[in-house]
Design a protein around this ligand. Structure first.
Ligand code: ADP
Ligand code: CDP
Length: 207
């Protein structure tokens, strides 16, 4: 059946949970591109770099390479022997990541790693169906209102729903450029569905 399935969408729309479920049903890996943007951000913050400055960040990433491990149950990101994964979803990284993702050099760094992966796989992010894998035969785009997404994410973050909603809306705005759905993507409003409902909607289209 498969080559590449792309699942893009706005922040906290369910991309990684849905991709993991779809990938496990298909018996293929999934790839979470956002984790690489988050890793670049974390390392930049830890090194106290100005996140708007690509050369310093690229030097850092070149000197200490980062590797994405696309496990079906949940992706992990490594820098040498250090597993960065558990540090990638802090509010600090959430707030810095869009600035880092706006740097063309960082986007090239991420895209090169994704394009080197062996098919088949499910790829999730913002621009998997538009920019990185435009020839993918199966494309999906997840949405939900900012309130619903904030309520879901509040179960994974210390902040309250209004603060998370404001952060999500700010990030959606900063990410607008790379977040347009591919013209050939099926747009799924996940608001009225549960996780399994979204996964089943996608699996039905693949058969
Ligand atoms: P993203 O990768 O887009 O940031 P996540 O996969 O982290 O999104 O999902 C955010 C949260 O929303 C997760 O805890 C997920 O289980 C939850 N969730 C609840 N209902 C749904 C649904 N109908 N569709 C997708 N995710 C949902
Ligand atoms: O789902 P959520 O937005 O919380 O996180 P993510 O998918 O890990 O993405 C984190 C950030 O990385 C986004 O806010 C974008 O700035 C950036 N990103 C991107 O620009 N392009 C991608 N393909 C994936 C993520």
């Amino acid at each position: 059946l498969l080559m590449i399935v792309t699942i893009d969408g706005v922040a906290a729309s369910g991309k990684s949970s849905v991709s993991s479920g779809v990938a496990q049903a298909l018996g293929v890996p999934y790839v979470s591109s956002g984790l690489l943007y988050r890793a670049a951000t974390l390392l930049g913050l830890e090194a106290d770099l100005d996140l708007r400055g690509a050369p310093d960040l690229l030097n850092l990433l070149g000197a200490h390479p980062v590797r994405l491990e696309p496990l079906a149950g949940g992706n992990r990101v490594w820098q040498g022997e250090r597993d960065l994964t558990d540090d990638l979803h802090s509010t600090r990284v959430d707030r810095g990541v869009s600035v880092v993702a706006a740097l063309p050099e960082v986007r090239e760094w991420v895209d090169a790693q994704l394009r080197a992966l062996p098919e088949p796989f499910v790829a999730e992010g913002r621009d998997m169906g538009t920019n990185v894998f435009p020839h993918a035969p199966h494309k999906f785009y997840l949405t939900a209102s900012a309130r619903i997404r904030a309520e879901r994410r509040a179960r994974e973050r210390p902040e309250d729903v209004p603060a998370i909603e404001a952060d999500l809306q700010r990030r959606d705005e900063l990410d607008t450029v790379q977040s347009a759905p591919a013209p050939d993507a099926l747009v799924i409003d996940t608001g009225p569905l549960d996780l399994q409902g979204v996964i089943d909607t996608i699996l039905t289209r693949l058969h």
